[in-house]
Design a protein around this ligand. Structure first.
Ligand SMILES: [Zn+2]
Ligand SMILES: [Zn+2]
Length: 159
């Protein structure tokens, strides 16, 4: 058996060691050891042998077993290439980490959680940012603000 061969990951998978997850570029979503196999079976239709090869790859050694072991990216992280990036809104109040990609949701949040409409006559001071999330599933979704990758390379613009 050639070790390098069974250690190689398919090109649609990228290990994100700092967050302890594996990113599927095809589906724009991250996985842990726990749910990667099912994803490879259901969405990529990989054979058992191919899945085993990926699961036993040493590249997955530091990937979290379940979502409890994942390192949540902080606001201000550089945009993670392969994940969708969407404009969104962050609650500006201290000790509140509510964020949403939907303007109606953030308005509702100010009204309901902070009784904002009554106190401040509707002027809402939310922050706007580009957001990403490691996981798509609604209950595991956790948005974080990113620095866009093209901002970093702006100076190389030929114009
Ligand atoms: Zn996938
Ligand atoms: Zn809030």
């Amino acid at each position: 058996m050639v070790e390098a061969e069974c250690d190689a990951l398919p090109s649609f998978l990228r290990v994100l060691p700092e967050f302890r997850v594996i990113l599927c570029i095809t589906h724009g979503c991250c996985y842990t050891r726990q749910n990667l196999s099912r994803h490879l079976l259901e969405k990529h239709r990989l054979k058992r042998r191919q899945r085993k090869g990926i699961e036993t790859s040493s590249q997955l050694n530091n990937i979290a077993t379940s979502s409890n072991g994942v390192v949540q990216p902080l606001d201000g992280t550089n945009e993670i290439c392969g994940l969708p990036t969407v404009p969104g809104y962050l609650c500006h109040l201290p000790d509140c980490d509510f964020r949403s990609t939907n303007v109606n949701q953030i308005q509702k949040h100010y009204n309901q959680e902070h009784q904002w409409k009554v106190v401040h006559q509707g002027l809402m001071l939310w922050n706007e940012a580009y957001l990403q999330t490691l996981f798509k599933q609604r209950q595991r979704q956790k948005l974080f603000a990113v620095v866009l990758a093209d901002k970093v390379h702006q100076s190389t613009n030929p114009q």
